[in-house]
Design a protein around this ligand. Structure first.
Ligand SMILES: [Zn+2]
Length: 441
């Protein structure tokens, strides 16, 4: 059923559903046969245990059953010696970026690349992400590419291009003078990497405008420039929002049932974002124990993006960023504070901050484990926990009856070593095989 804008008699507009009665009668199509997927083992993410010799039955785009026998009439897909897992979820990506370790690469993409070129490269990024096993992604802002993420999401949903299920934000929000493109000649107009809003009313209007273009989430920069190391090994910065502004953004989004992700890399940024009641803290380089406890109490997730932090630290330090050499230690401490406080940690990589074509975003698992997560905790961060953050619990990140048939498989044992997740060579999204192994191991 499609929705159309119909002019009403009184001259205003309202939404109506296109009448089914006007559609010509269609013959009932014969449903395709169920698909029975066999593998050596299935990782039950909830219990952390393997199920031996599973048979997952898929009907249409959903999982119908998990058992041990192939139902009559089913088409069999045998994955040999592989381990079957739910499709993975990356809750922090930028498909419209192609790696920006320093301001030079960032400015190059935002100022010089034609919009269609950026979209073409985003189409490639979506395919890469999907083929690496990420069947759902939350893409956290377009960096100067407006609402092209909304268009990409819709094109994926229409089947025009391959890609993960997407939740998108359009441009992130920040205040005047706080985010690139900056410091170019003032008599010329340059594009901004964000949508600027000022004042509580202005920021409420910005949220309303963004949602009118079809975005799913709101993203804010809870802090931007001016990062500095504190004497006790954390990171701080000046605020870029007033309390009224940031509260206006969060309350307006929540009033529409939309969640808010906050980029927060400093004490001040984290504090004001938590106080305003955002839903996720992105990066989280500087989260003291008290802040972590408050996050746990309020149910605010951490999305740590450890892989990108490692990728940019070297180039940014070389480009003169003094604090960049300090952030890794603060980040590790913050991650630990969150784990101890019981904060839910969702998998997010910032892919696009590093090149899609060079690094498999599944490498993030290695960093999570290096900082103390067990392999099953890391896998949960990219499945059940990420699904909860996205409000898609029971739909994605799980192999259970009624969930989307989003499945991945790989040789090896991810519980023995999470680097096996970089070897995913079978991907199914919504019952469709989007990547098949060339031969059984
Ligand atoms: Zn990001």
């Amino acid at each position: 059923m499609t929705k159309r804008l119909i002019p009403a008699a009184l001259g205003c507009f309202f939404f109506v559903s296109a009448a089914r009665a006007a559609d010509p009668p269609r013959p009932t199509p014969t449903p395709p046969p169920p698909v029975a997927i066999r593998a050596a083992r299935l990782l039950d993410v909830a219990s952390g245990r393997y199920i031996e010799r599973p048979v997952v039955v898929v009907v249409g785009d959903r999982i119908d059953s998990i058992g041990s026998t192939v139902p009559a009439g089913a088409r069999v897909l045998d994955l040999g010696n592989r381990v079957l897992l739910p499709g993975l979820i990356d809750t922090h990506t930028h498909v419209l970026l192609q790696g920006d370790p320093t301001a030079v690469e960032y400015d190059e993409q935002i100022l010089k690349e034609y919009p269609a070129h950026r979209v073409a490269r985003a189409v490639r990024a979506l395919k890469i992400g999907l083929e690496h096993g990420f069947t759902t992604m939350r893409d956290l802002e377009t960096e100067g590419a407006g609402y092209d993420d909304v268009a990409l999401r819709d094109a994926v949903n229409e089947g025009v291009i391959p890609g993960p299920r997407l939740k998108v934000v359009g441009p992130a929000l920040s205040t005047t003078g706080s985010y690139p493109i900056q410091h170019y000649r003032p008599d010329w107009k340059f594009p901004s990497g964000v949508m600027v809003c000022d004042g509580a009313d202005g920021c409420r209007k910005a949220v309303r405008e963004q949602l009118s273009y079809g975005t799913d989430w709101v993203k804010i920069y809870a802090n931007t420039g001016g990062l500095r190391a504190t004497s006790d090994g954390y990171i701080d910065s000046p605020p870029n929002w007033t309390k009224e502004e940031i509260e206006a953004v969060v309350s307006e989004a929540h009033a529409h049932g939309v969640k808010v992700a906050a980029h927060a890399r400093s004490d001040t940024g984290t504090r004001i974002a938590i106080a305003a009641g955002v839903d996720s803290i992105e990066h989280g380089d500087s989260i003291r124990p008290e802040a972590a406890q408050e996050m746990a109490r309020k149910g605010i997730f951490l999305v740590p993006t450890l892989l990108v932090a490692d990728y940019v630290a070297g180039p940014r330090t070389a480009a003169g960023c003094a604090v960049c050499a300090e952030t890794e230690k603060a980040h590790a401490k913050s991650f630990d504070n969150c784990r101890k406080a019981g904060v839910k940690i969702a998998f997010g990589t910032d892919a696009g901050g590093f090149p899609w074509t060079e690094i498999n975003q599944a490498k993030e698992f290695e960093f999570e484990v290096k900082l103390g997560m067990t392999p099953i905790e890391a896998i949960r961060s990219a499945t059940t926990v990420a699904a909860e953050l996205l409000g898609m619990k029971g739909q994605v990140g799980t192999i259970e009856k009624g969930a989307f048939a989003d499945l991945v498989a790989m040789p090896g044992d991810p519980l023995a070593g999470v680097s096996a997740l970089q070897g995913i060579d079978f991907v199914m999204k919504g019952g469709e095989v989007v990547r098949a192994p060339s031969a059984s191991p």
